[in-house]
Structure formats: C-alpha cells, structure tokens
Design a protein around this ligand. Structure first.
Ligand code: HEC
Length: 139
C-alpha cells in the first residue's frame, strides 16, 4: 500500500502551499529552521530514523520528505503521529513510528512538530502547547 501510494503523483491543491521537494530540503543545512527546542528534540529522538533531509537513512517507510503531513501548515497530523505513533502495529512487516506522547510535554511536542513542518514542509506550523493538549484528548 505504501509503495503504491508513493507512486501516485501529488495533486496540486489551491488551499495548500506547494510541497517542498526533497531536493530543496537536501540543499539546506541542519539547523536554523525556526524552533531551537524542536531541533534539539529532532536531533535526539527523530533524526536517526528520518535523517536531516527527511529521506530516511534506514527505511523507505520512514522517509517524510514530500509527505502530506509535513506539508500541511497546520502541523496537526505531525503532532498526532508524534503523540500516538504510526498506524502500523508491532509485528507487522517493516518498522513502526514510536509514540512519544508519554516522553514529552505538550510544549516539547508542539516545538518538535513546528520544527518538522518548518524544515521539511512548505510552511512551518505554529502549534501551541494548548493545541497539543487538545490533541491528547482527541483519542
Ligand atoms: C524507530 C524509527 C523512528 C523514530 C525514532 C521516529 N520515527 Fe517517525 N516514522 C517512522 C516510521 C517507520 C514512519 C512511517 C509511518 C508508519 O508506517 O508507522 C514514521 C512516520 C513519521 C511521520 C509521518 C509521515 C507521513 O507519512 O505522514 C512523521 C511526521 C514523523 N514520523 C515524525 C517523527 C518525529 C518528529 C520523530 C521524533 C520525535 C520521529 N518521527 C521518530 C520511524 C521513526
């Protein structure tokens, strides 16, 4: 399914900014993408799987460059996947995105999501700790 979805060309949506292409991300250096706390969290908890270009060094499943979630300026899907993890269950083939909801505060998750959308997406999100608190209650 994932392999198929990655073959579907992106469709321009006038309501969303154009996705930032992987080549444009790769050309940037690490850092200076807005949120310093978010960058620190990304360096410690995310970069090993997702890399600094958003192209995963270990699995195509974990490539986030070009993903719809990171190109959504609301940042909601990114914050949700950080809070609750990916949809895949342990034991399913491939690797899974871990949940970080118990490991980080609302401020830390907002910072991480804002960093991820600013670095890998078309436009950085501006999630607040209160937004993340509301997302925690949505499940
Ligand atoms: C152990 C490896 C691993 C770590 C660590 C990890 N991820 Fe992931 N992540 C994945 C995988 C694999 C996926 C693909 C989704 C799935 O299949 O569950 C994913 C998916 C995602 C997505 C969704 C991409 C899409 O397709 O919409 C985002 C955003 C994301 N991760 C951000 C993060 C952030 C931020 C961190 C650190 C707080 C992090 N990840 C830590 C492996 C990891």
């Amino acid at each position: 399914m994932v392999a198929y979805l990655r073959t579907v060309p992106p469709i321009a949506n006038p309501n969303l900014p154009a996705p930032r292409p992987p080549s444009a991300i790769a050309a940037r250096e690490s850092g200076h993408d807005g949120d310093p706390l978010g960058e620190q969290i990304y360096a410690g908890a995310c970069a090993s799987c997702h890399g600094w270009t958003g192209q995963s060094p270990i699995s195509g499943l974990a490539t986030i460059a070009g993903a719809r979630s990171v190109n959504d300026p609301s940042g909601v899907n990114v914050a949700q996947v950080i809070l609750f993890g990916g949809g895949r269950r342990p034991g399913e083939a491939g690797m899974a995105m871990p949940a970080f909801g118990d490991a980080y505060s609302n401020a830390e998750i907002a910072a991480a999501a804002n960093f991820v959308t600013a670095r890998f997406g078309a436009e950085g999100s501006r999630l607040t700790p209160d937004n993340v608190a509301a997302l925690r209650l949505s499940r």
